[in-house]
Design a protein around this ligand. Structure first.
Ligand code: FA5
Length: 462
């Protein structure tokens, strides 16, 4: 590693200096070495030593600064010549000042107010030149120590060598000028520190800025699943009729799934809904995966006084083998309306309205007698085939009709389970198979397609 003085004997190219900031860095190193020499000589109060330093660095036959000039300025590429030249001419004045601050005022011939003011003005100017060369917090730190360092800062030396020994009549003047200088130096150091920090923040911001010209990451746009679309279509229709949407648990008790719906144990209706029972810890009540959304009729009426108008969308489970029209998990929307004066006409009108809204205005509806333990009378709701308009085709097996869902007037026995007054109240309920309705709407022949999540299939519904 070359010492700092060795560096003055090398060209900037040899030193690997290519940028102006690196030239300023050299300046700062050289200044520190020079100051160290001056201050240790000044401690000894030996004027001869200071003269030697002056010779060695500035005014001798081959001073260091001249050598630096030859190597750093004369031999530099044009781009670096200007900064090197300005640094070296500044160093010349700066070094002279350092040699002055360690000498008392009378040795400097500053013995009247004008000369003192001029001297302080020069100090201030030199400080201002020093500080503009600092573009990093590290080099600013070196300048700070050089000026306001407690032991060997120039301000300390000025205090010791100019102020303290000053003649009493000049002391106030020197004191005031020194205070002003100190305030200027400290203010400027702080301002420079903030400027450097702000610049480095901006530099960091610039580095971290996103490059908007880069091509973006293409993320395929998804779409709502067709089953979800059917849910939303149906919910929208019933919301417009004043129904509210409620959700219920998928893990149920046999009481809500069966008994309270008027399906006692061993009732043949349980056979149609082959049930998944859950392994329960000993002593715990039996639990099952709900086979339909109807348990929410009971849960709602238990909690809520009439009138009731709800729909219940959700998942249900049955031990059915998967085929073109069955799955072990599928979706239903339950509907329930109970009030003091609901008639079969209200029921029929609601069902017809829903079917028209869902499948289109041309579709006709027919109610066929059926059986559910919790409705009386019970019906299957059929619609004219959407594919042949009722003429008969492959989808409707030439009948012209398609079975849509089960429904009926609420069986009065159910009201007994929820403490509703069966004499005063009436209502209807329905249970829509969402997957089958979706199949019908889009004429897809295999319900499994809705569970396989093949995007080639799903993309058609986007
Ligand atoms: C019920 O589940 C009754 N809770 C419906 C009801 C509610 C009637 C309120 C009266 C009053 P069902 O077992 O028929 O009914 O099933 C209703 C619908 O679910 C069927 O019409 C059919 O669309 C659908 N479904 C039944 N099993 C499956 C299955 N394994 N896979 C797909 N959909 C099914």
């Amino acid at each position: 590693m070359p010492t700092t003085l060795d560096k003055t004997r090398q060209t900037l190219a040899d030193l690997g200096v290519t940028r102006p900031e690196q030239v300023y860095q050299l300046f700062s190193e050289l200044r520190s070495v020079f100051e160290a020499e001056v201050f240790s000589a000044a401690e000894t109060q030996d004027g001869g030593k200071l003269l030697n330093i002056d010779d060695k660095w500035i005014s001798g036959s081959r001073p260091i600064l001249t050598e630096a000039w030859e190597n750093w300025v004369d031999q530099s590429p044009t781009a670096l010549q200007a900064p090197a030249k300005s640094v070296l001419s500044h160093l010349n004045r700066r070094f002279k000042l350092t040699l002055e601050v360690v000498r008392p005022l009378e040795r400097l011939n500053a013995l009247n107010p004008a000369a003192i003011a001029e001297l302080f003005e020069r100090v201030k100017e030199i400080f201002d030149r020093d500080i503009v060369l600092d573009s990093t917090l590290i080099s600013l730190g070196v300048t700070r120590v050089s000026w306001v360092g407690r032991k060997n800062g120039l301000i300390t030396w000025i205090t010791e060598r100019w102020l303290k020994p000053a003649k009493p009549e000049l002391k106030p003047l020197v004191g005031q000028a020194l205070n002003e200088l100190k305030a200027h130096v400290e203010g400027a150091l702080e301002a420079r520190r903030m400027a450097i920090e702000a610049a480095s923040d901006q530099g960091a911001l610039a580095r971290e800025r996103e490059d908007l010209s880069l091509p973006g990451v293409m993320r395929p746009l998804g779409s709502r699943h067709p089953l979800r679309q059917t849910f939303e279509d149906i919910e929208r229709i019933f919301l417009s009729l004043g129904y509210t949407v409620v959700a219920g648990p998928e893990i149920e008790t046999p009481y809500y799934n069966f008994e309270a719906l008027n399906i006692p144990e061993h009732h043949p209706a349980r056979d149609n809904m082959d049930t998944f029972y859950l392994a329960a810890p000993p002593g715990a009540g039996q639990r099952l995966l709900r086979t339909h959304t109807s348990p929410m009729q009971i849960r709602t009426m238990e909690k809520q006084a009439p009138p009731v108008r709800i729909i219940v969308p959700g998942k249900v489970y049955r031990r059915d083998n998967p085929d073109a029209t069955h799955n072990f998990m599928f979706h239903q929307i339950e509907g329930l309306a109970v009030d003091s004066d609901i008639t079969f006409c209200d029921f029929k009108g609601t069902v017809e309205y829903f079917v028209r809204e869902f499948l289109g205005p041309k579709v006709k509806t027919r109610l066929r007698p059926s059986y559910f333990p919790f409705t009386e009378p019970s019906v299957e709701v059929d619609a004219t085939c959407v594919f042949c308009g009722g003429k008969g085709c492959g989808v409707c097996k030439q009948s012209g009709w398609i079975e849509l869902f089960g429904a009926g007037m609420v069986d009065p026995a159910v009201y007994g389970f929820v403490n509703y007054d069966a004499k005063r109240l009436s209502g209807f309920a329905f249970g829509l198979g969402v997957d089958r309705l979706t199949q019908l709407k889009y004429n897809t022949n295999d319900i499994q397609l809705y569970f396989q999540n093949d995007v080639r299939f799903l993309r058609q519904f986007a």
